[in-house]
Design a protein around this ligand. Structure first.
Ligand code: 13P
Length: 245
């Protein structure tokens, strides 16, 4: 039985003041039935760790270095994230793939680093609108996934996968539950083909998840929760999505 997860990706948002307000509201809410993760920007990890201390909400980062340590200016190692209490880290978000040229192999290597530090990588995959319109959705996601499967194959149940169609991120345009389910089923089948225990792998959906569409998406058999951007910055919206899970 897969445990549902709702993870908030704050992206490059927040301030000491607004984080404090948001996290206090999350901590004050009744304990959720699903797993809840908050992925904050690097400088705020210490603040978030402190505010989440006695709660069941886990802390995550939004990226990590592919290297262990050394002369990599601006990079943050998984060991550092672990020291700051991160149990999760997002890797391969489409914004990193698009703006920082992260290739599939780099994303897979980052996921491996995170596992090595005892953390759970949340590995994002997804197609652009153009790729979808050209009928390339499964080909694109297959390649993104294969890089991870080749490197980590049998360890797949230790990861969390997230399907985030690029055209649905921050656009208000959500994949329909049927569109999302179709891709989630494809992802699970692909993992199965590589010998991974596909039924144990959690696959989150991300892309304009809001309180009013969350329940319908999460009701799909292969959708195991959500990776939430914009709506994770508002306590009421985020908690409503957690409730829906
Ligand atoms: P939105 O929920 O703002 O569309 O962002 C989704 C996302 O990119 C989460 O990682």
């Amino acid at each position: 039985m897969r445990r549902t997860m709702v993870a908030g990706n704050w992206k490059m948002n927040g301030s000491l003041e607004t984080n404090s307000e948001l996290l206090r509201a999350l901590v004050a809410a009744p304990r959720a039935a699903c797993e809840v993760v908050v992925c904050a920007p690097f400088p705020y990890l210490a603040q978030a760790r402190q505010l989440l201390d006695a709660s069941a909400i886990a802390l995550g980062a939004q990226d990590c270095s592919v290297h262990e340590r050394g002369a990599y200016t601006g990079e943050v190692a998984v060991g550092m994230l672990a020291e700051f209490g991160c149990s999760h880290v997002i890797v391969g978000h489409s914004e990193r793939r698009a703006w920082h040229g992260e290739a599939d192999a780099v994303v897979a290597a980052k996921a491996q680093r995170a596992l090595g530090a005892g953390m759970t990588p949340i590995v994002c995959v997804g197609e652009t609108l153009q790729q979808r319109e050209l009928g390339e959705t499964e080909a694109v996601i297959g390649l993104q996934l294969d890089a991870v499967l080749h490197l980590l194959g049998a360890r797949l149940p230790e990861l969390v996968l997230a399907y985030e169609p690029v055209w649905a991120i921050g656009t208000g345009r959500t994949a329909t539950p049927e569109q999302a389910q179709q891709v989630h089923a494809f992802i699970r089948a692909r993992a199965h083909r590589h010998g991974a225990d596909a039924d144990a792998v959690r696959v989150l959906y991300g892309g304009s998840v809001k309180p009013d569409n969350a329940a319908e998406l999460f009701a799909q058999p292969d959708i195991d929760g959500g990776l939430i951007g914009g709506a994770s910055l508002n306590a009421r919206d985020f908690l409503a999505i957690v409730d829906a899970a």
